[in-house]
Design a protein around this ligand. Structure first.
Ligand code: C2E
Ligand code: SIN
Ligand code: SIN
Ligand code: FE
Length: 447
């Protein structure tokens, strides 16, 4: 049993360290490679892996749990550092032909630690550190060539190796990088997903990583790569769903001066309110994804009415009000929960708490909670935005109207939650202002 484990660990790591690609480095110059493993080291490896088996099993379980990509990478770094006694480490993720910094852990220097950001716009803004995938850095080299590097001293690289260590980070932070394991994260189709760097082994005399350390890190990295690949597929699918929803909903709006910002703000207001009301994460996500379709029935409303600059006649008013019924029809009878929620929202977002709304004159708790939430989000956004028939009102005026509507137009519990989370609402309003980002594809963060 331990033998099998040891062998398969070593063999499984081979495609990761190169596969059809060349093997890294030169073992005589402080750079170890797979071919340099001696018989004695193999025996040691087998016994060692036997001892670590329970630990490894625990790590496997943790790394295979479904989670956002950043979380998996953070966990991979944490677990491999713990197992191999690395003082510090960083993870990069590959995207758009570059390596983007994800997180940094450092036991000796808490001030240098950076947790992964779960928010796309924060990551691209604040932490936009990227490296090109080329030989100018160790991580870039590992990513480009699919090779794992084991380096005893980053400052003492021989002249004839094809990669370079960039000391500028050390110089800026006054940290001394010595030993490094630089491990590419490669998926089943040999695509590079990212790079894991472990820095300074702290518990042995040499302060360096062994060949066995490298193999363990490789094995864990190749396992994490599967989870990361799956997480990316999940993200892409979700992104594709939301993108489709946003585009179709924006088409339904058919407003000259609105490029989908309205539905995106309403969508995020709905999620914020759901969270403030202590509903489950799942429900808040359903609100985020389903609410963009609230006005999909406006597809059936002629431009002449929808874009009429002035007041509507009572006849025109009836045509517009029909957008709730049309929306309900479009979204009717789906077996998909998201569309079922969207159906309830489209039908009920113009009902009023006091029973005076449309189309069914429902009152109070008879109105689905999703519709009650969307009503507040939708009206608030209509109030704070310019429409062909009205100018934008100030934040304070819009808040006053919502507050006055509690118990008449709106569910008081929803209004209470909405008022409580005003800073978040204002941040969304600011971030998704009508001038910001004209593309309907810039979808809100979903983590
Ligand atoms: P919308 O523009 O997205 O507005 C959504 C809801 O926000 C409205 O639902 C209403 O409850 C609230 N709202 C909008 N503007 C004001 C306002 O100035 N004061 C107050 N207190 N509430 C406001 P409602 O009235 O059922 O209208 C549904 C949709 O009908 C509107 O969606 C809009 O597309 C259209 N609409 C309503 N009134 C007019 C109008 O006078 N002219 C034109 N062209 N369209 C209108
Ligand atoms: C929940 O998931 O928190 C329940 C939401 C609901 O009332 O439908
Ligand atoms: C809920 O419906 O679950 C809470 C909000 C309310 O009913 O007032
Ligand atoms: Fe509507």
């Amino acid at each position: 049993m331990p033998k099998t484990t040891a062998r398969s660990t070593a063999e499984d790591s081979k495609p990761v360290s190169g596969g059809s690609k060349p093997i890294a480095g030169n073992s005589e110059q402080g750079v170890h490679c797979e071919q340099g493993v001696h018989h004695q080291q193999r025996v040691h490896l087998e016994q060692g892996v036997h001892l670590e088996f329970d630990k490894l099993l625990d790590i496997c379980t943790r790394l295979n749990a479904p989670a956002p990509v950043e979380k998996i990478l953070d966990e991979l770094l944490h677990q491999t550092r713990k197992l191999l006694n690395a003082e510090a480490g960083t993870v990069f993720i590959a995207s758009c032909e570059k390596l983007s910094f994800v997180c940094c852990q450092n036991d000796a220097r808490p001030d240098l630690c950076v947790a992964p950001s779960m928010s796309d716009h924060l990551r691209s803004g604040l932490k936009g550190i990227t490296l090109p995938i080329n030989d100018a850095s160790l991580a870039g080299y590992a990513a480009r060539n699919g090779q794992a590097l084991n380096i005893d001293d980053a400052y003492g690289l021989p002249d004839d190796v094809p990669y370079r260590f960039d000391r500028s980070y050390d110089e800026r932070t006054d940290y001394r990088t010595r030993a490094m394991l630089v491990i590419p994260l490669i998926d089943e189709s040999e695509r590079t997903l990212g790079v894991l760097q472990l820095i300074n082994r702290v518990d042995n005399e040499r302060g360096a990583f062994s060949e066995r350390d490298r193999q363990i890190a490789l094995a864990l990295a190749s396992m994490a790569a599967i989870s990361i690949h799956n997480a990316k597929l999940r993200d892409e699918l979700r992104h594709a769903h939301l993108d489709t929803i946003m585009r179709l909903s924006a088409a339904a709006e058919m407003r000259d001066d609105d490029t989908g910002q309205h539905i995106r703000r309403v969508s995020m207001y709905c999620e914020t309110i759901a969270r403030a009301m202590d509903f489950s994460h799942n429900f808040a996500q359903l609100m985020l994804f389903a609410s963009p379709m609230h006005d999909i029935g406006k597809l059936a409303v002629p431009d002449a009415i929808l874009k009429k600059p002035g007041k509507l006649t009572s006849q025109e008013r009836l045509v517009i009000e029909d957008h709730t019924r049309v929306g309900a029809q479009i979204l009717e009878g789906s077996s998909i929960e998201l569309i079922q929620v969207a159906h309830r929202i489209a039908e009920s977002h113009h009902e009023r708490w006091d029973g005076g709304g449309y189309p069914n004159k429902l009152a109070g708790d008879d109105i689905p909670i999703e519709g009650r939430i969307c009503a507040v989000a939708d009206v608030f956004d209509a109030l704070t935005s310019a429409r062909v028939y009205k100018p934008a009102f100030s934040m304070d005026k819009a808040y006053a109207i919502i507050q006055e509507g509690a118990g008449e137009h709106f569910d008081p519990a929803v209004v209470e939650a909405f008022l409580r989370d005003r800073p978040e609402i204002e941040a969304i309003h600011e971030f998704l202002g009508d001038e910001a980002g004209k593309s309907p594809t810039a979808v809100p963060s979903t983590s």
